[in-house]
Design a protein around this ligand. Structure first.
Ligand SMILES: Cc1cc2nc3c(=O)[nH]c(=O)nc-3n(C[C@H](O)[C@H](O)[C@H](O)COP(=O)(O)OP(=O)(O)OC[C@H]3O[C@@H](n4cnc5c(N)ncnc54)[C@H](O)[C@@H]3O)c2cc1C
Length: 395
């Protein structure tokens, strides 16, 4: 599947690629697919430091809006053999419970499978895949050079939470208060119908554990919390994450526990003008309420790929505008809601309101998993719960 190094550099020295994508996660594959959809003859190089299939620490939850993105890229077949999961159960920090069917299902696909399938599709449609770790980037008037060896008219940095491309174009590092850390493992699914279970922690909020059944007998389980809170614990990070997961989900014995950082969208850099576009986690596109980032990765990758070959003036400016149109309002709303829900009592009110009202539940799912807004009915329902039980605000 990969190009050989010799093949890559022969091509690299002979030509300037139309688009070089750094990182072949969901954002990178979406960028490559989208560039080729827009311009089937484009020369697209997809670089990753790993061979595929490769694992990525993740809850593996593919939200409905992510499925919409797969449809847009005409790769929805990557989910054809997976089981739709309709039920979402939430336990609030104070133990209030809501369990309902979602309007549209989630899918749970190990990233080892999901990412490799997307990469395969990108290659099938004409992208050249190569294993290469990008370390340096320099911008020139008519191209961008990577490590002095590979040149692209446009480079898309889709290299995840520790993005080198983001750093190389001078964008700020993700601040610790807007970074979460989560650990994930695999186990047998609990008995009963498959569901997505989220147990919001009462201690060191915001923090939560999850158990996402895949419908095929397995489950992805994990626990995440904010980085500064983790650092403030007397025990080491690993012991804390594993211990909290065991405390919140006492019946599971997960294997393959791996942790990773989540750069939350509450602090995201501004896409600059120019030939380097930043997408997915590299752009801090992770929902601060839920930790979901695959939908944003696919959407931002798609927009970056289109801007890279679109010929609409400056690619950076075109991508910035497209991203703002697609997600700008939603991201402002999730930032505001993350601020308000920094008090666990407000979250209790939200879960209680979702237990009472189906539309409130649906609205919360849209904000947490998709591109929903904090609508008036949602805000009113939460305020009503707080008025009903004012003690929640003190928490
Ligand atoms: C524990 C955990 C649970 C999560 N659960 C969910 C969930 O259930 N649902 C959800 O939607 N989101 C979830 N997320 C978030 C989701 O994993 C990310 O938002 C998503 O992976 C972002 O995709 P990406 O393509 O931007 O980055 P990545 O998936 O991280 O891909 C980046 C790629 O870049 C490559 N790369 C990095 N540096 C270089 C380099 N210098 N040169 C070449 N290649 C490089 C990497 O090898 C990698 O393949 C979770 C995150 C964590 C940590």
């Amino acid at each position: 599947m990969h190009s050989t190094r010799q093949d890559l550099y022969q091509k690299g020295s002979a030509c300037v690629w139309d688009v070089v994508v750094v990182g072949a996660g969901p954002a990178g594959s979406a960028a490559a697919l989208s560039a080729l959809q827009q311009c089937p003859n484009a020369r697209v190089l997809l670089l990753d430091r790993h061979d595929f299939p490769r694992d990525k620490s993740c809850g593996d939850g593919i939200a409905p809006h992510a499925v919409d993105e797969l449809v847009r890229l005409r790769v929805e077949a990557v989910l054809a053999d997976r089981v739709p999961i309709w039920r979402l159960t939430l336990h609030s920090p104070a133990g209030i419970r809501v369990s309902r069917l979602m309007r549209r299902p989630d899918h749970v696909v190990p990233r080892e499978v999901f990412d490799a399938r997307l990469v395969d599709e990108a290659v099938r449609r004409g992208a050249v895949l190569a294993r290469h770790t990008v370390r340096r980037l320099s911008v020139h008037p008519d191209h961008v050079a990577l490590d002095g060896e590979i040149a692209g008219r446009v480079v898309i940095g889709a290299d995840g939470a520790t993005s080198v491309t983001r750093r190389m174009i001078g964008l700020s590092r993700q601040p610790a208060p807007c970074t979460a850390v989560a650990v994930r493992g695999y186990t047998a699914a609990p008995p009963g119908k498959p569901e997505q279970l989220i147990v919001l922690a009462g201690e060191d909020w915001p923090a939560y554990a999850w158990s996402f059944a895949d419908g095929l007998g397995g489950a992805n389980v994990g626990f995440g919390m904010l980085l500064p809170t983790l650092r403030a614990q007397p025990a080491g990070g690993r012991a804390v994450l594993h211990g909290r997961l065991a405390a919140l989900l006492p019946d599971v014995r997960p294997e393959r526990l791996v942790s990773h950082h989540l750069p939350l969208s509450t602090s995201r850099p501004r896409q600059p003008n120019g030939r380097v576009l930043i997408a997915g986690d590299a752009m801090s596109l992770i929902n601060p309420l839920t930790g979901e980032g695959i939908y944003y990765a696919l959407a931002s990758g798609r927009l970056a790929g289109r801007a890279a070959v679109g010929g609409l003036g400056d690619p950076g400016a075109a991508y910035r505008t497209a991203l703002r149109r697609e997600l700008g309002r939603h991201l402002r709303h999730t930032t505001a809601l993350a601020r308000v829900t920094s008090r666990p009592g407000v979250v209790d009110a939200g879960v209680a309101a979702a237990a009472r009202s189906r539309p409130v539940f649906d609205a919360l799912v849209e904000v947490g998993l998709g591109r929903g807004l904090v609508t008036r009915p949602l805000a009113v329902a939460m305020v009503r719960e707080i008025v009903r039980c004012p003690a929640t605000l003190g928490r």
